[in-house]
Design a binder for this molecule. Structure first.
Ligand SMILES: NC(=O)c1ccc[n+]([C@@H]2O[C@H](COP(=O)([O-])OP(=O)(O)OC[C@H]3O[C@@H](n4cnc5c(N)ncnc54)[C@H](OP(=O)(O)O)[C@@H]3O)[C@@H](O)[C@H]2O)c1
Length: 331
């Protein structure tokens, strides 16, 4: 495998990300964090490609309404094609209420769990550090709560379901040091004195990949469970995700790096659409996708240390999910 730097440069500068052409006719698709950035552009593609209903799952409904209007106008579709539903991924009650509503849909063919944060500011939600709360716990809770509906839909329509989580290739270079030593991983991650906030975003994307792999293992593809679950990276893209970069120097370096390497938001969004392609191969189940292809798991997964930590982490995480919604991990 190439080192991370070479992989990154090859992906960002020498790879063409294919323009989406999948047919989503008749399908109902959820995209979280879709009022802006990659989620917005991906939603536009999905509507353009014929989806019957696209649900913009957003924290602020007024922002979602504006996005919905822009998509409807750009794609020249009836207003009813795009719905806006409230969802705050940092609030467990909001996720549970959203999933309950989704379970009442006539069908749910695919979901792009895209909402995510990157920040240098320390914050907690329900006692859980913010990256872990939103990018991992909230995202995995929503995955487990949507999966039964998606299985039911796949059985009813004969069309394989697809649920993808927007991760990041920064997971490849996250240090796992914070997960080491005795005691509960979650307790360390929630302790500012034990935490390296600069590493936290990449680490959260590694942890969500660990958990997605566990979900895939617990939910193998069968006729009763015909839903592919995956994690993808859009690559570095020119979006507002870096808005909380703390120092002025950091902001400047980030802007310069993005100018050289980053994809436009539209190009990056193509990878999200690929993650729910109607013809996504079965091999994508439990895998990491990069540049619209299956990618390496990396040493964070393959190393003996990574395997031990993943096992320990998943035990804690799935236990927490059970505490939040009893039965949700019994898949
Ligand atoms: N841009 C990149 O270079 C890059 C690279 C790798 C991975 N990613 C991943 O791509 C995904 C999308 O990011 P982006 O680059 O498009 O950034 P963005 O423009 O900042 O969009 C993030 C989206 O997530 C939503 N969100 C954040 N916290 C939320 C919460 N608690 N509840 C509900 N929605 C919430 C935001 O809503 P508000 O507008 O209400 O804040 C926004 O819609 C993220 O998961 C990110 O980690 C991005």
């Amino acid at each position: 495998m190439l080192g991370w730097t070479a992989t990154f440069v090859k992906s960002q500068l020498f790879t063409t990300v294919p323009y989406p052409t999948s047919d989503f006719s008749g399908q109902t698709i959820i995209v979280t964090g879709s009022n802006t950035g990659l989620g917005f552009e991906a939603s536009k593609h999905v509507v353009r490609l014929g989806a019957a209903k696209v649900i913009l799952a957003v924290r602020t409904v007024s922002k979602g309404d504006k996005a919905a209007q822009d998509i409807v106008e750009a794609c020249n579709v009836p207003n009813s094609t795009v719905e806006v539903w409230q969802l705050d991924m940092s609030k467990r009650d909001s996720i549970i209420a959203f999933a309950k509503r989704a379970n009442e849909l006539q069908r749910l063919d695919a979901a792009i769990l895209n909402a995510g944060i990157l920040t240098r500011k320390w914050a907690t939600y329900d006692g859980v550090e913010s990256h872990i709360a939103v990018n991992v716990v909230g995202t995995m809770l929503l995955s487990t709560l949507l999966l039964p509906k998606m299985r039911q839909c796949a059985k009813q329509t004969g069309l394989r379901g697809r649920l993808t989580i927007v991760g990041s290739d920064l997971m490849y270079i996250a240090t796992l040091k914070e997960l080491e030593a005795e005691g509960k991983i979650m307790e360390k991650l929630n302790d500012p004195a034990e935490s390296n906030i600069g590493n936290r975003y990449g680490l959260s994307k590694a942890l969500v990949f660990y958990s997605l792999r566990e979900l895939a293992a617990r939910s193998p593809l069968t006729t009763d469970s015909n839903v592919i679950v995956s994690v993808l990276t859009p690559g570095a893209c020119k979006t507002d995700i870096f808005r909380d970069e703390a120092s002025a120097g950091g902001k400047l370096a980030m802007a310069a790096g993005l100018a050289v390497f980053a994809r436009t938001t539209e190009v990056g969004s193509r990878t999200l659409v690929h993650g729910i392609d109607s013809d996504l191969p079965m091999e994508a189940h439990g895998r990491f996708l990069m540049d619209c292809k299956l990618a390496q798991n990396g040493t964070i997964v393959e190393s003996a240390q990574g395997q031990d930590l993943a096992q320990k982490w998943n035990k804690e995480l799935f236990h927490l999910l059970e505490d939040i919604v009893p039965g949700c991990t019994r898949l």
